[in-house]
Each structure stands twice: as structure tokens, then as C-alpha cells.
Design a protein around this ligand. Structure first.
Ligand SMILES: Nc1nc2c(ncn2[C@@H]2O[C@H](COP(=O)(O)OP(=O)(O)O)[C@@H](O)[C@H]2O)c(=O)[nH]1
Ligand SMILES: [Mg+2]
Length: 451
């Protein structure tokens, strides 16, 4: 399972639970830990994040948010912080030198960068300065045609400085020049020497390190080494599409002084984007953005102080039933709904007499239901009832009792809903009110009382 999917599962756990307590948060945190570790995020970072989530989950809630929304928001924010921020000081460069180890994606990325900037109106040119790999001249030449950008290189010249020197003269009038340099399997003395020379000749205003996502947390060490040897101003992480360690690489770079500027998300020149932690996280998790996530949290929020207006706008499901019961103990939103409609009455005692024990039983059984079952109780059938009973350690009869109780409440609720638009208690006679009351009366004779 991908990082995004696993993180989403964890947040869905928070969203889907009927109330937020320490256990639920712990469970979600465990899921997040597993997801991050699998993505090769350094263990200390994972532990640090877990601690922060658990601490912040139960701090004072900011106004306007429910506990559930607060926990989701906080978790989401901490996760995006972990991945590092978008570089707010990003300046469009004039000369970019790309450095990095062999196979990290330098040549591919130079063409991607060229395309990215030329699409934004910059007159851009590419210089092939990797004289170690014979094929790299041709590779960049072909790519430059593909992205429709001027190109210079000389396959006969072994000295990269000379190539850069000539290229600089040739491209004097360009807005942006990108130099693709050679890599090795490790940053050794020879590679450092060579790049330092190229740097002296080229005089870049940006030196970007290209790292492959599949190195995961090793990205930190590499970024630090390259920075010490050459001074880098930003990082590009490639192969975010193909590696499960992208999260680890991002988190590792966030630990360095160099911001991740772009990410490569495929082999084609267009598979490239400016890095924005929040957008990235939203996308891999499949959320539009934080706002839509919070909206979602709201619609399934099980905070107990749901207003009658809100209740009437929703469908009455097993979830709202539970919510109603929990909020009420004795007098809950259904009663408030009745109140709002001007019916100062008490609901059937049977419905209100559900003791705490029964309520707890209901909760256990509902926890064994799927989301669909909670939201669309119509799907319930005997095999589902059997499964819920087994899963919750209750009898099938217990489950049926819960469903029956739910159905009674739903009936009342639907009646309330129906009368909401047309009902005007001011104009009702005592007789009308009494007739209405009868509708809610259970089959068994039960006392109803007008206040
Ligand atoms: N899937 C994927 N492949 C990439 C990406 N960037 C580069 N590659 C591939 O990685 C390999 C090495 O890339 P190259 O640019 O030649 O690396 P260099 O040795 O650093 O110049 C090539 O096969 C590229 O197609 C990326 O973002 N996603
Ligand atoms: Mg190359």
C-alpha cells in the first residue's frame, strides 16, 4: 500500500470513530508510524511526530472546531511539516548547475527544468557537460529537441569547463542556462574537483542537487555532503512515481538547510512539478485540500452537541442514532428537534430509558459495523447481523434489538423532518397536536405528556 493510502486510512480511522479518545488517537498514530517507516522516514522523526500528535490531540480546542476536526487538522499539519515546506524564497535563476550521483536523474531533470521555465516565457538553453558518460551528450540532445530548447555540447571535448565556456558565449542572450554535469557512484574527491572547476567557469546562481527518491532517508547524508563540498541552493527529488521511499527522502531533506524545489514524477519532460508539501500530501492522500478534508470531517462528525437544525438536514442513520443516544442519555437532539418544532413533549419513555449499559452495548456493536452499514442501515441482512454479533461478542438478538430501536427512532425522525417545512404550531389546535402525538406513540401503550 502506498504512503498516501496508508496515511489516509489512519485519518479515516479518526474521522470514522464515534468519539475521539486516547485509544483512537493511539491507534491512528500507530497506523501513521507504520506508513512512515515503510516509506523509510527516519525512526526518530517518526517518534517525534507521534509524540506531537498525541500531545496536541488533547490540548485546548480552537474555537469553531470539534475535537475530531482539531485532531485531523493537527495530524495533517504535522505530516506536511514533516515533509518540509515549499521554498518561499524561491527566485527564478539565470544559471543552474545540476549536480548529483550517477543515475539520479540529472539529464532527465535538466530537460524537465528547461521545459518548465520555457513554458513560463524564459528563453532557455541546455549545455551537456557530462563528459564521462558517452551517451549523455546524445541523451540531452534528443531531450532538448523534445522540449524545444536550444542545446550545446561537444562529444569530442573531454574537458567540461571548455564546453561550458563555449556554451556560455553561445547563449549570451538567454534568460536561463542549465548545465548538466557528470555524476559518479559516490561523491568522491575527483567528482568534487571536477564540479568545483565547472562551477568556477559557469558561475551559477543556483546549484541544484538531484536525488533519486529511492535512496529514502540517505537523502539527508547526501544533501549534507554535497552542500559541504559544493554549496547547494536546492534539491530536486526524482522518481517520486516509482519509489515507495519518497516520503523518507522528503522528510530527510527537510532536515537539511536545502529546500526541495521540484519533484520528478515520471520519465517524461512534463512529469515535473514545483514541490509544495501541502499540495503533495493532499494529493497522495486523495484529498482536495485541508479545507475539504475538514468539510468531510464535519459531515461525519459525531460530536454530541449536534444542533437540531443540523440533524434535520442529515439523513437519519445508525450513526446519527448513536450520536443522538450518546448526546442525550435522556434528553437528546430528537427532543430538541421536537422543541424546535414547538412540540413541548417528551419522547416515548421506552426510547429514553436506554441505560448506560445498553448504550455501551450499542456502541460496541456499532464499532463492528462497516461505515456503509452505519450510514446506510438498509444494507443490513442476516449475514451482516451474524458478522456484527460475532465481531462485537454480542448475540444476534442484541444486534436486532439495536436495529429495532434504531428503526423506531428513525420513524420519529422522518416524521419530524416531514413536518418541519409545513408545520406551524401556532396555528394548530390542541386536537391537531394530540393527533400528531399519536403518530409517535409506540404500539404498546405508553404515556405521553404535554408540558
Ligand atoms: N520514473 C521516473 N524515472 C525517472 C525520473 N527521472 C529520471 N528517471 C529515469 O532514471 C534514469 C536515469 O536518469 P538520468 O537522467 O539519465 O540520470 P543521470 O545519470 O543523473 O543523468 C533514466 O532511465 C530516467 O528515465 C522520474 O522522475 N521518474
Ligand atoms: Mg546524465
Amino acid at each position: 500500500m502506498s504512503l498516501g493510502k496508508r496515511l489516509r486510512n489512519a485519518l479515516d480511522k479518526l474521522q470514522g470513530s464515534s468519539s475521539i479518545d486516547k485509544e483512537i488517537v493511539k491507534e491512528a498514530v500507530k497506523e501513521i508510524q507504520r506508513a512512515l517507516i515503510a516509506s523509510d522516514v527516519e525512526v526518530n522523526l517518526v517518534l517525534n511526530l507521534s509524540k506531537k500528535i498525541e500531545e496536541k490531540a488533547f490540548e485546548k480546542i480552537p474555537a469553531g472546531l470539534s475535537r475530531q476536526e482539531h485532531v485531523i487538522k493537527t495530524t495533517y499539519e504535522l505530516l506536511s511539516q514533516l515533509l518540509g515546506k515549499q521554498d518561499s524564497d524561491f527566485k527564478e535563476p539565470k544559471k543552474v548547475l545540476l549536480v548529483g550521483l550517477f543515475g539520479s536523474g540529472k539529464t532527465t531533470s535538466s530537460a524537465k527544468i528547461a521545459k518548465w521555465f520555457s513554458k513560463r516565457g524564459k528563453k532557455t538553453a541546455l549545455i551537456a557537460a557530462d563528459t564521462h558518460r558517452p551517451a549523455s551528450f546524445e541523451q540531452l540532445q534528443q531531450l532538448s529537441k523534445k522540449v524545444n530548447v536550444d542545446f550545446f555540447g561537444n562529444p569530442k571535448e573531454k574537458n567540461p569547463e571548455k564546453i561550458v565556456e563555449t556554451g556560455l558565449k553561445k547563449f549570451k542572450n538567454k534568460d536561463l542556462i542549465i548545465v548538466d554535469s557528470a555524476g559518479r557512484s559516490a561523491l568522491d574527491e575527483n567528482l568534487t574537483k571536477e564540479i568545483v572547476k565547472v562551477k568556477k567557469t559557469f558561475k551559477p546562481d543556483a546549484i541544484w542537487l538531484v536525488l533519486s527518491a529511492d535512496i529514502g532517508q540517505v537523502a539527508k547524508k547526501q544533501a549534507q555532503h554535497f552542500n559541504k563540498a559544493l554549496g547547494i541552493t536546492g534539491i530536486i527529488i526524482t522518481k517520486m512515481d516509482g519509489s515507495s521511499k519518497g516520503g523518507g527522502a522528503l522528510a530527510a531533506c527537510a532536515e537539511t538547510s536545502s529546500p526541495v524545489l521540484f519533484i520528478g514524477t515520471g520519465e517524461k519532460p512534463d512529469d515535473f512539478e514545483q514541490f509544495d508539501n501541502e499540495r503533495f500530501l493532499s494529493r497522495i492522500m486523495g484529498y482536495g485540500d485541508l479545507q475539504s478534508l475538514l468539510e468531510k470531517a464535519k459531515t461525519v462528525s459525531l460530536e454530541s452537541d449536534l444542533s437540531p437544525e443540523q440533524m434535520l438536514q442529515q439523513d437519519f442513520t445508525l450513526k446519527s442514532f448513536y450520536q443522538q443516544l450518546e448526546a442525550s442519555k435522556k434528553i437528546g437532539p430528537l427532543d430538541k428537534v421536537a422543541d424546535m418544532l414547538g412540540l413541548k413533549m417528551q419522547l416515548p419513555q421506552e426510547q429514553l430509558d436506554l441505560g448506560q449499559e445498553k448504550l455501551d452495548n450499542f456502541k460496541v456493536m456499532m464499532d463492528s459495523m462497516t461505515k456503509q452499514e452505519q450510514l446506510q442501515p438498509d444494507v443490513m441482512n442476516s449475514s451482516r447481523i451474524n458478522r456484527i454479533a460475532k465481531g462485537s461478542g454480542r448475540t444476534e438478538q442484541d444486534v436486532r434489538e439495536l436495529l429495532k430501536s434504531f428503526k423506531q427512532s428513525k420513524k420519529m425522525f422522518d416524521q419530524f423532518k416531514k413536518m418541519q417545512s409545513s408545520f406551524n404550531p401556532e396555528k394548530m389546535s390542541q386536537k391537531d397536536v394530540e393527533n400528531l402525538m399519536k403518530k409517535f406513540q409506540p404500539k404498546k401503550k405508553k404515556k405521553f405528556r404535554l408540558r
